[in-house]
Design a protein around this ligand. Structure first.
Ligand code: OMP
Length: 309
């Protein structure tokens, strides 16, 4: 799957992930109204609105991008119907040949991590039947419990040709509270980065490992250091757009081959129609606004990379 991601990035010239984080507030009224007419003002109605919204975003952007990242919290908040919309979204993105990164941020003691891994990127067997319940291509993993909490995910990846993005330095304002604490004279995120580099070395694809890292766009200097610590790991870089990250900040997240990082934007793309720059599209044409936002993001990042080379 890591090789597919690389090929798709090279083909699209867009190291971009569209984050499918469909808060109801971002879903235009005409979509909500139709869904509520069909399913009522219920959890099912919310899930239908989410699905219709996602479908249009994907229909307008799939040919420009290598990957999407549905954030499971946005679905889970609507209970079982929300999770069904998550799964429908994953399947539809696969139909469009997109790489799907399930943003699930799991991690627990080994036996529990094994169950999370089976459900999201692996196989469960029921009697004589085998199933791939959620079937994302990559998932995000929280490494706080240490190696035995991460290993079951890596084992499933090896078996199923899937991948991970492990939290190393997150984009949020409080991320330094624990992650920047000095241990033996070095910040915790560097220790985690070194562990990711070790796990990555055991899980190599053609030129990159299928064990990657998450490092926020909001901390470019730390990204530069972590890039060197984890040379064979893809870095998933959230924090572009709505959280303030810009193309020029991101060049050091990439390797000299122009690869090795993939930048996520969620609200900046899916709610583009609400921004002044794309207001001309209006809520009726939110999909076109998202497409224009992806094109601008590609120009911003590609332009920054070209001038850095
Ligand atoms: O793992 C992530 O994707 C993630 C890690 C991180 O450090 N910061 C971060 O924002 N994210 C996720 O990336 C997305 C960012 O959304 P926007 O700020 O709307 O682009 C959300 O789904 C977050 O949960």
């Amino acid at each position: 799957m890591i090789n597919k991601l690389t090929v798709k990035i090279q083909k699209t010239h867009a190291p971009i992930v569209v984050g499918l984080d469909p808060m109801l507030d971002y879903i235009p009224e005409h979509i909500q109204k139709k869904a509520f007419q069909e399913k009522g003002e219920t959890l099912e109605g919310a899930a239908e609105a989410i699905w219709q919204f996602n479908k249009e975003i994907v229909d307008y952007t799939w040919d420009l991008i290598p990957a999407v990242k549905p954030q499971i919290a946005m679905y889970e908040q609507f209970g079982i119907p929300g999770l069904a919309a998550f799964k429908k979204t994953v399947d539809y993105c696969h139909e469009k040949d997109l790489v799907v990164i399930g943003d699930v941020k799991r991690g627990d003691i080994g036996s529990t991590s094994a169950a999370y891994a089976a459900g999201h990127i692996g196989t469960v067997t029921v009697g004589s039947q085998a199933y791939h319940p959620f079937d994302e291509d990559f998932i995000t993993v929280n490494p706080y419990l240490g190696t035995d909490g991460v290993k079951p995910f890596a084992e499933v990846c090896r078996k199923e040709q899937k991948g991970l993005f492990i939290l190393v330095k997150t984009s949020n304002p409080s991320s330094g509270e624990f992650q920047d604490r000095l241990i033996d004279g070095r910040p915790l995120y560097e220790h985690v980065g070194e562990k990711v580099a070790q796990w990555s070395a055991e899980c190599m694809g053609e030129s990159y490992s299928y064990i990657g890292a998450v490092v926020g766009a909001t901390y470019p200097e730390m990204g530069k250091v972590l890039r060197k610590i984890m040379p064979k790991s893809y870095i998933l870089v959230p924090g572009y757009g709505a959280q303030g990250g810009k193309g020029a900040d991101l060049v050091h997240f990439f390797n000299e081959d122009g690869l090795g990082a993939i930048v996520n934007s969620s609200r900046g793309i899916i709610a583009a129609y609400k921004q002044e720059a794309y207001a001309k599209f209006g809520p009726e044409h939110f999909g076109e606004a998202s497409r224009a936002a992806v094109e601008d993001m590609r120009k911003d990042i590609d332009g920054a990379l070209q001038s850095a080379l």
